[in-house]
Ligand binder design. Sequence first.
Ligand SMILES: [Fe+2]
Ligand SMILES: [Fe+2]
Length: 388
Amino acid sequence: MRPKISVNTINAAFNKLLDNRTLLLDATASGNLRVLISLLGPAYRGLIQQRGKSESATDIKLNSPAHFDWHYKREHPEMKRLTEIAKISQWNATTDIDWLQEVDFFDPSKPLLIEEFHPASTLPIWSKLTFEERAAQIRLLLSWLLSQFLHGEQGALFAAAQTTQSVPWLDAKLYGSTQVVDEGRHVEVFHTYLTKKLEKLYEINDNLYVVIDALMSDSRWDVKFLGMQIMIEGLALGAFGTIRQISGEPLLKELLRYVITDEARHVHYGVLALQQFYTTELSEKERRNREDWAFEMSLLLRNRFLMHELYDEFYAHHLSRAAWDKLVLKSKMMNSFRKTMFKRIIPNLKRIGLLSNRIRSHYEKIGLLAFENSKAAPELSVTELLDN
Ligand SMILES: [Fe+2]
Ligand SMILES: [Fe+2]
């Protein structure tokens, strides 16, 4: 059921608008009115109504066509090859991962994350905490991060199902069917680790809700694809890789290795499909619209995951929200995530034709153009992904 509108709701909405004024400014950065309008509905539902938090389940209305192909032509050999790789790379989240191994949260030789990754680790209050208290804070930080991954994976599961029905080519549909299974498995592993090991599940972050709602409710299959396969998956690959590298917890490292191998295929598939579509089938006006949309998404992903849920729970008495936001944005963790995620996203945008001279200066202004010559997904092997 939707929340009722009352004076309190309006007050809360007003405060939320003030809290999110940078988001509103971000949303006008490309100057593309159509892009801004397409984000207004998701922003209203995510930031004002807080649908991801105020309800235990949310129905998002869909408006995308199911495209049937009666000729069954196999015309995309690279996607066909990727489908074969996906078929032999399947794994079972229940039996291939050793869930019986204990996670010791207080073993300094196997830290969940390095302490400097916690945005609060530079605050004076951090040095007054005992080792056990600091370990507990790190455990909560990891719970927050993995909870957002879990919510993102649920979005990826539905987006994979929707793009499978809408994409025009049979080889893409067959590949998509393997991705649906992969994403279901990712929901399973993150949920199991969160509930059985970390024993804490956080609600969805408001801004992540906005991104997911925008992808679900957009009727254009390629925009769902762009958002999910290039942007969100690029972000996920970056974050999974960083966490796997800095964590000393064997079970977490093991499950991330499996997930990263699947995600690398998904990004590769997204690049193949969109490269074909954007370079051969879109008008220049439509291409520009996608380019602006991708830029707005880059801004959302770059600035908006500020862990307010952790702030409200533990740090609201120690510093203002504005000071917390600054702390998170310049934290070691955020710097590292930003670097690894855009190192993949920006070259992939270039490959699919969404980094024209018109938009490059926008990316340059926010410091992301430096990544344009990094290796894009298809050239990056899984071994490299696991190593960097
Ligand atoms: Fe996934
Ligand atoms: Fe994926």
